[in-house]
Design a protein around this ligand. Sequence first.
Ligand SMILES: [Zn+2]
Length: 121
Amino acid sequence: MSCKCQECGKQYKVDVIVSDEVWNDISDGKNLLCGSCIFMKIEEIDCYDVFELTNKYIVAKTHDGVEVRTNDTVWVKGSTGYHTARVLESSTSYELFGPIPVSQSFSSEEAIKDYFEKDND
Ligand SMILES: [Zn+2]
């Protein structure tokens, strides 16, 4: 699915979300603007700002409660200790005995050691 920019008429698929304050300065009463038009208009505003582009597709939370996305590295417990694995969709790339659900993985080596070396083994 895509939207049509009301400024340049191009179809676009990635929504750029800006603050209400910035939107009020650039929208000129329009409802749909593509990323190119949004940034051209932001450049015209007489101020400097910084925007961070993030992936809104947060896949899952690790056991220690950290939100991770596809391709992030997490820690899993295997038969020979702790290993890193990549986040696929709702599971990890750890393949020795089959992928491990992200909800059973940990965000860091410290977090996985904390968990298993206390009273949860
Ligand atoms: Zn546009």
